[in-house]
Design a protein around this ligand. Structure first.
Ligand SMILES: *[C@@H]1O[C@H](CO)[C@@H](O)[C@H](O)[C@H]1NC(C)=O
Ligand SMILES: *[C@@H]1O[C@H](CO)[C@@H](O)[C@H](O)[C@H]1NC(C)=O
Length: 251
């Protein structure tokens, strides 16, 4: 099996705080070509819905510089070529950095303001010049862990490179990527496809497809993959660990 770029990212990916129920998770690393934009999605626990979220730059968490910050609402906040938007229902906030320059490369953090220690998760942003741009195009990122209560709904946003816009996107289940079974797949378009409790919708304008599972059961917990069906093979993929937590209240 060819080790794809997303697989390498997954392997090298950073850490999040706490193993069983992470406070905050992010993609670990993202790579985009020079001049393009990058979106980073970080997923947080329900208890932080109303907290202010931010994007901070610097190798060291305690001394990083905040680039952009929400007020705790879902309103988009904007800085210089960077914006942040929170989605309380999906418990995800998305940071978009536009028109990447080589100087934008470095270590950033998704952070949440709270009383006491702020949860933070590092994200390495790599900007690829010239030739290597083509290699980065099909990269795929998603939250590495998502969770929901039994009976609830969980949505996973999978973000892809622009060149994959017209390709079918899918959601696959199984511990191993090369033997997983497809749960649901789009038909190249933005039309929502539904199989039982699971639906998938692609949005070309935001380069994101979203997989939503409704009426969660304990059996839905497991390892899944966001994948893109690339003509000629070499599908990019990204592992997502879905947990169903009996302790969590319904949204
Ligand atoms: C998935 O998450 C569960 C619960 O947090 C954990 O026990 C398990 O090791 C995780 N699996 C992988 C492959 O990350
Ligand atoms: C989820 O459960 C509710 C209540 O049992 C039911 O009305 C609804 O159709 C279910 N949704 C799906 C997608 O199965």
């Amino acid at each position: 099996m060819q080790l794809s770029f997303a697989g390498v990212i997954l392997f090298l990916a950073g850490y999040s705080c706490g193993l069983a129920a992470p406070e905050l998770t992010g993609p670990g690393e993202v790579s985009r070509p020079l001049g393009e934009s990058v979106s980073v999605q970080c997923q947080y626990r329900e208890r932080y819905q109303g907290n202010s979220k931010y994007w901070c730059r610097g190798a060291v968490w305690s001394s990083c510089h905040t680039a952009v910050k929400t007020t705790g609402s879902e309103a988009e906040a904007k800085g210089d070529r960077v914006s942040i938007r929170d989605n309380h229902r999906l418990r995800t906030f998305t940071v978009t950095m536009e028109t990447l320059t080589l100087g934008d490369a470095g270590i950033y953090w998704c952070g949440i303001s709270k009383f006491g220690f702020d949860p933070g998760v590092p994200v390495k942003v790599t900007v690829l010049p010239g030739y290597f741009s083509a290699l980065a195009a099909p990269a795929l990122t998603a939250p590495r862990e998502v969770s929901g209560p039994p009976g609830g709904t969980v949505s996973v946003p999978c973000h892809y490179g622009k060149t994959a816009q017209g390709s079918p996107k899918y959601w696959c289940r199984g511990a191993q990527w090369n033997s997983c079974s497809k749960v649901v797949e789009t038909e190249r378009s933005e039309v929502k496809v539904k199989r039982g409790r699971v639906s998938i919708t692609d949005s070309h304008s935001t380069s994101t497809f979203t997989v939503t599972t409704e009426n969660l059961t304990l059996e839905d917990a497991g390892i899944y993959w966001c994948g893109i069906n690339i003509k000629g093979g070499g599908d990019p993929y990204f592992l997502v660990n879905v947990t169903v937590l009996p302790g969590e209240s319904l949204l």
